[in-house]
Ligand binder design. Structure first.
Ligand code: MN
Length: 307
């Protein structure tokens, strides 16, 4: 339940950050569901290996089916699904059938190829869909799926944090990481928190509820605060009584990724090969057991241009 990468997302590159910088997300829709895409954003394609962050919903009980995404493929990335409200059913070409609820993590790693479908049964529904680019060492490898129902929670200052990926203040998630990463869902009960961070990591602070002050910047839901590497602690202040946010970070990927549709690769040759394999129904991606309709890929714009 993610993507696809759209034309504006493909134009992003990684500019050097002078300090904390705020960016406004872009409103778009995925399978009829309103989302705010906060990454990629202007001048920034990746934060650590995090390469895609969509905030989905909220969808209230008045609205029809919140999310139905039929079978579609991925390569070269892990999808991290994190719900704030509701529940969703994940099925994939490994034979996985897994319901996910708030506070749980679904982590699907594509390697050389996987296909999956996502269905949110009923409103209310709200969540975050994130992609993590795989490094050269694992991106051609076997696909995999993990569900983590129990994740460590840690109190830091005035904040309560659930650690879904990596480690924060000694609390470590059991989830797989292919590069050094952290992913946390934090609730700040007024006041401020200073998180210990790795100086080797760059970070993004993604507000979910309430306004936050991150360094000199004030950000609110729909925005992103980018924090360059080199800091050993990160102070975040609530600009109101309560605030909730995601803290995402990691070692800079150090590889130029090429993203198109649901694929993360290194160049157009690889992207085009994946597109052909999905179109031609080769055995690269496998079959997904789903009542939803298979999603066909559009023709890549550079293929269209070549006639
Ligand atoms: Mn997907």
């Amino acid at each position: 339940m993610s993507g696809p990468v759209q034309e504006p997302d493909r134009e992003c590159s990684d500019d050097v950050l002078a300090g904390v910088e705020a960016r406004e997300g872009r409103r778009t829709s995925v399978a009829g569901l309103d989302v705010v895409r906060v990454l990629p954003t202007k001048g920034r394609r990746t934060v650590g290996a995090w390469c895609f962050v969509d905030l989905m919903g909220p969808v209230d009980a008045e609205q029809p089916d919140p999310l139905e995404v039929g079978p579609h493929p991925h390569i070269g990335l892990s999808t991290a699904t994190w719900l704030l409200e509701g529940e969703a059913l994940h099925t994939d070409s490994l034979g996985t059938e897994q319901v996910i609820r708030p506070g749980q993590l679904n982590l699907m790693t594509a390697g050389g190829g996987i296909a999956h479908a996502e269905l949110a049964a009923r409103p209310p529904f709200r969540g975050a869909q994130m992609w993590i680019a795989q490094p050269e060492g694992t991106r051609h490898g076997r696909p995999a799926f993990e569900h983590h129902a129990e994740l460590p929670q840690v109190e830091v200052g005035d904040a309560t944090a659930l650690v879904f990926v990596g480690t924060l203040d000694g609390a470590g998630s059991p989830a797989r990481t292919d590069t050094a990463l952290v992913g946390v869902d934090a609730t700040l009960h007024g006041g401020a928190v200073t998180f210990p961070t790795s100086a080797a990591f760059e970070h993004a602070v993604v507000p979910l509820d309430g306004r936050l002050r991150v360094g000199p910047e004030v950000v609110e839901p729909g925005w992103l605060a980018l924090v360059p590497a080199g800091v050993e602690e990160l102070r975040i202040e609530a600009d109101g009584p309560d605030a909730r946010f995601l803290l995402l970070g990691g070692e800079p990927l150090g590889e130029d990724v090429a993203m198109w549709w649901n694929f993360v690769a290194r160049d157009r040759v690889e992207l085009e090969a994946a597109w052909r394999d999905w179109r031609d129904r080769t055995d690269r991606f496998g079959d997904v057991s789903s009542a939803l309709e298979r999603i066909e890929a559009p023709v890549p714009p550079w293929v269209r241009a070549d006639g």
